[in-house]
Design a protein around this ligand. Structure first.
Ligand code: GLY
Length: 571
């Protein structure tokens, strides 16, 4: 087809409006366009997918300060066609675990009878040792092509120039944060930086410019001195002081002990494809793998129409099994044995798939035995970056400060939010956490341990080992269900990336025994069909925010989830 410049511009702007574009030589899809642009800039400057993902992540830490950041942690899955440090040695796979660690002052019983019910979720006591800086720099040092200064430059620029408050920021603030500040009389003083800078004393509006020059200062120190500036230098000192001023007992030893851990990604199979995911303490890698393995064994998957009752029932059953196993078996493998091989064993997958009943869902007791949890908040912190480059390398990384604006505590004078990842542990056995997740003793709090997570950075390879899909999401436990559905939308229904993300989604997390439908599906025949299959169906707001890249005939088809308002960029 011979497109005139005008027609091409129209086509591209229509694609961009859908949050979707095809790029011949590499692409980045992140939760904020400034972050996607930061990654694409690395690709243009000769960097690879690792440089792009690291630059995009640092930029996201500025432009989505309530989702992720240098005060949080994350996971990264990497597939490289060759090792940049050892050219010619062939493909490399890596999983970087930079999930936050529990400090030495906490233990399994710290919050069991704590008088403040929100202590594990908000305030200084909820802060774990941040991992993002160590993780991003470890991946960059091992696999990146550009300098540390280059990958940090866009984030520093964004922090100093500022970014405009958008719809997602406003929704998060209105639905989640301002109600908290209204309920807690002391919050304005206690979390003064969040209140004044991010909420503008409750008057923040769409379009307001948020500048974070203090965070720019921290990023400049990291660019100059590396991780030492953060874990042993002035930034670390600020973290300890800020958390302890709000009740914690963090030490510089806690920080200096932190190290990113490199592991092998989980490799599972779906219809001749290889699915790379994050091993524990992410539950996402195992859960997505289990769900795909079970669904591969159900021939109805190939005939069920997209988002029909039969389809949602089948995917829902797979999610129920996966979340039941998550609750029973998962924790930090450095502390407890997590039977990953047994959970993905062919015979076990056969047995679980055989338990599906196409005519009805089973009571949750058939999947597990913990008490039911409550509904979870509308959305969480957390953000995802998918990146690919001209060589066919791919990176999927998901990072979080946990809940919106994490603990609400900020590290002064650097003005970045500290995580509240303590709530992702089993802080009170038998009781659901802020996401309504009931978890086992395996995920109990222990010094140095990393909390179980749902973050699911995922890379799918075709039969020849070439990247087919890169995906991942934000959204607490809905990360797993949204990553799974967006990936299936591409693999099973052959949807372009933009359509794969805009399609409405559903979610089941085993406990509570509820199948949630996004409101677009709420009153549809789908809801009726699912009720007839025995599901307790309820409507809710957005289910996850996915960033996805798919190999297309003419390049990389990238899309950012319209639910969060990001845009992809590329080269
Ligand atoms: N903080 C959400 C998760 O890691 O699952």
């Amino acid at each position: 087809m011979n497109l005139t410049a005008g027609v091409l511009a129209t086509v591209l702007s229509a694609a961009a409006a859908l949050g979707q574009s095809v790029y011949p030589s590499g692409a980045v899809a992140a939760d904020h366009v400034v972050a996607s642009r930061a990654g694409a800039r690395m690709l243009r400057e000769g960097g690879n997918a690792v440089d792009a993902a690291v630059a995009a992540s640092f930029a996201l830490s500025v432009t989505r300060p309530y989702s992720c950041g240098i005060g949080g942690g994350g996971f990264m899955v990497v597939h490289l066609v060759d090792d940049p440090r050892h050219p010619g040695s062939g493909p490399v796979r890596a999983a970087f675990n930079y999930r936050e660690t529990a400090p030495a002052w906490v233990g399994p019983d710290t919050f069991v009878a704590h008088p403040d019910p929100i202590a594990p979720a908000r305030g200084g006591k909820s802060v774990c040792v941040p991992g993002t800086v160590a993780g991003l720099l470890a991946a960059h040092e091992r696999f990146g092509l550009l300098s540390r200064g280059a990958v940090l430059a866009p984030a520093i620029e964004a922090a100093e120039a500022g970014f405009a408050v958008d719809d997602h920021y406003m929704t998060s603030v209105r639905e989640d944060v301002l109600p908290f500040f209204e309920r807690h009389a002391d919050a304005r003083e206690r979390f003064a930086f969040v209140w004044s800078r991010f909420l503008r004393e409750g008057r923040v509006e769409k379009g307001d410019l948020v500048r974070l020059p203090e965070q720019g200062g921290a990023l400049r120190l990291i660019a100059r001195d590396g991780a030492a500036a953060f874990y042993a230098g002035p930034v670390g000192d600020a973290i300890v002081r800020a958390a302890n001023a709000d009740g914690a007992r963090l030490t510089m030893d806690d920080l200096s002990r932190f190290a990113a851990v490199r592991a092998e990604p989980i490799a599972s199979h779906y219809r001749g494809l290889t699915v790379l995911g994050m091993p524990p303490p992410s539950s996402g890698g195992v859960a997505v793998a289990q769900a795909l393995e079970m669904l591969e064994r159900r021939p109805e998957l190939l005939t069920a129409a997209h988002n029909s009752a039969a389809y949602a029932h089948m995917v829902g059953e797979a999610l129920k099994h996966a979340f039941a196993d998550r609750a029973r078996w998962m924790g930090d493998p450095a502390f407890v044995e997590v039977p990953v091989a047994a959970l993905l064993d062919e015979g076990y997958m056969d047995a679980l798939a055989a338990r599906f009943d196409g005519a009805r869902t089973l009571a949750s007791e058939a999947y597990g035995s913990s008490p039911a949890g409550e509904d979870a908040p509308e959305d969480s912190g957390t953000a995802h970056v998918s990146a690919v480059d001209r060589w066919g390398n791919a990176v999927a990384c998901t990072e979080t400060v946990n809940l919106i604006f994490g603990s609400f505590v900020t590290a002064e004078p650097f003005g970045f939010v500290l995580n509240d990842t303590m709530d992702d542990f089993t802080a009170r056995p038998g009781a659901p956490n802020e996401f309504g997740l009931v978890q086992s003793r395996r995920n109990a709090i222990e010094p140095g341990k990393r909390a179980l997570s749902s973050m699911s950075p995922t890379i799918v390879l075709d039969g020849e080992g070439r990247v087919r899909v890169v995906a991942g999401a934000a959204g607490g436990p809905r990360i797993i269900s949204s990553t799974l559905q967006a990936t299936l939308n591409v693999l099973r229904f052959d949807m372009p990336a933009g359509q794969a993300l805009s399609a409405p989604r559903f979610h089941h997390q085993w406990k509570p025994d509820v199948l949630w439908l996004e409101r677009a599906l709420g009153d549809s025949p789908l809801a009726e069909g699912l009720r007839a299959l025995g599901h307790d169906v309820r409507p809710r707001g957005p289910i996850g925010n996915v960033q996805i890249i798919r190999r297309a005939e003419d390049g990389w088809d990238a899309a950012a989830d319209p639910r969060k308002g990001g845009l992809p960029d590329g080269h």
